[in-house]
Each structure stands twice: as C-alpha cells, then as structure tokens.
Design a protein around this ligand. Sequence first.
Ligand code: SAM
Length: 329
Amino acid sequence: MSVPCVAVDRERGESVRARLADADVLDGDHRIAVVDATIYIPVTDPDGVPDDLLDRVVERDADRRDRPRTPAEILGYEPSLERLGEIVIVDEDDDERAREIAAAVMASDLPCDTVLNRASPIEGELRVREWDVLAGNGTETVHREYGHEFALDVAAVYFSPRLATERHRVVGGVAPGESVIDMFAGVGPYAVPMAAAGADVVACDLNPVAIEYLRENAARNGVADRITAIAGDVRELVDDYAGTADRLVMNLPHSADEFLDVAVALAGDACLIHYYDIQHEDDPFGPGLEAIRAAAGDEYTVAVETERIVRSYAPHEHNVCLDVRLERV
Ligand SMILES: C[S@@+](CC[C@H](N)C(=O)[O-])C[C@H]1O[C@@H](n2cnc3c(N)ncnc32)[C@H](O)[C@@H]1O
C-alpha cells in the first residue's frame, strides 16, 4: 500500500527519524525501508513534516508492521476485561458498548475464541450466573492457574479466576499426607493443587456438573488417585467422614455459617478451617469467628491463625477468609 515517506540518505536516517518522532508524524503502522543508500521513513501526515524535509516526501509502497494490536488500541479506551482460558469476559451494562468491545477483542491479537458479558448476578445454591455470548459460540474452556489446568463450563458451574492468589496462599500451607475435605469444591481449584501437594482430598459439591469437571480435572492434572469426588449435599458426608479432616475448605461465602455444625463434625482432633465470608467493612471477621466459636462449643479450642481480606465484594463489603485452628479439648 502506498503511503507518504520521507526519503533521505541512509546515514541521516536516525537523526531524521528522531525529528519526525518529535514532530509526532512517525507512522508506526508501516515499516521503514532501506533501498541502496536511501532510507524511507513512513509518516502519518506530510503537512506535519519539518519544512526543510518537505521536498523529501515521496509516495511509496510500505509493508504493514506486524505489531500486537490490543483491544485498547483498537477502541481508543481501555475496556475492563477478564480472561478465563480462551474466554474473554466483559462487564458492561450497555449492550451496544459490550458488542463494540467484543468486536475489538476478536479483531485484536488476544488469544480468544469466545467473548461473554455477564447477564445476571451469581445466583442460587449452585452459585451460577447467566451469560450473553457476544462472539464465538461456547461457554466451555480450559483455564490455567498456577500450573494446573481446569476444564469448566462457565454457564454450568461456579469459577472465579479472581481467587487465584487466595487459593495459592491456602494451598501453600498443605503438607503431604494431610486429610483435606473441600466442602464446596466446584471444579476443583482447591482440591486439585492440594492433592498435587500430597494431600488426600475428599471434594464435595451439590452441582453434579461441577463434580464431573472436578473428576476430569483430577485426571487431567494427574491426581485422580488422591481425590474422592462426591456429588451431593455436604451434610451427607458426616456418615462416612466424621472426625477425619486435618483441614477443611469452606468456600461458600454467603452461607458457610449454616454448615459449621457439619464442619465441626468432620474435623479431626486438630483441624485447620479456611472459612470464607462476606461481611461489612466495620467488622469483617467478628461474625464469622463468633459463629465458629458457637459451633465448636466446649468440644474444641478455637485459635485464629489468619484474618485476611480477600477482595472487595461490594461497596463497604469484603470477601474475607478466616483461618481457624480447632484442637479437641
Ligand atoms: C462459591 S462456589 C466455590 C467453588 C470452588 N470452591 C471454587 O473456589 O471455585 C460454592 C460451591 O458450593 C456448592 N454448594 C452449595 N451448597 C452446597 C451444599 N449444600 N453441599 C455441597 N456443595 C454445595 C455450589 O454448587 C458451588 O459450586
């Protein structure tokens, strides 16, 4: 394609290029070319070329530069995007703007085969949301987190990549040989890396689709022999696993308190509970700790190991984690 270029002797190339950059007329979308002793520097606007170089402007074919194109470069503004495997998630109330962003994402160099927009809050017992498919045609993907792969269908199961750092922190404390019960396991983002760290994990979820993916993910990551995956209500685990857990993961932030009796029943003589909660910023840890103490009663001593704000959940509300150690009295 023919574009305006400034043609000068090769040895003047760098000083002229710098002057054109100062004049803000360098054309970064096309390649500079050298032919014999002449260098051709593409410019965006011949009228902006310094006066003493005006007689050097020529029209010339120039190759397009293969540089990465981001959605922001295409749109002229930075959209809010989240990556989940090959899915890009936009978070837009305005449908027209969401579609404009989706088109830019697909035209960009981002590796992506589907663009989704959130179409509902996370709802119901299974904590799943609805999606608008803006581009592509699937809601299933494989997401990578700290060296592990998780296959999942965002339309059928809960999964949040925003919890990656928190999960990594918790998994970092696991020792080989531990007995872990992941009470609300989803597709296995705690269970799989804990098993990889050497724990024996019982992973339960009410959502049978999540458990199907969890089994697939256990196999995919080579830890199927250390995970027992159970589809059903965690309350049903008490019959088979009472008194066995060295560690419990309770990632059901809005209603974990309703399952603390189950947690205490599953706890072994010494047990670390990772208890997730959503609370007001004025007292983010108090209500959870009170509920844990009430459930433990006189049976266990309760010691707080960590109080952690995981992320902001809503204005003045935090998603928090309490790591609490129970020791049988
Ligand atoms: C917030 S998600 C967490 C999933 C997973 N731990 C993660 O980090 O992605 C909570 C999960 O608890 C499951 N759940 C809700 N009630 C349950 C119950 N009574 N017994 C077992 N699982 C339950 C939901 O299906 C959902 O997958």
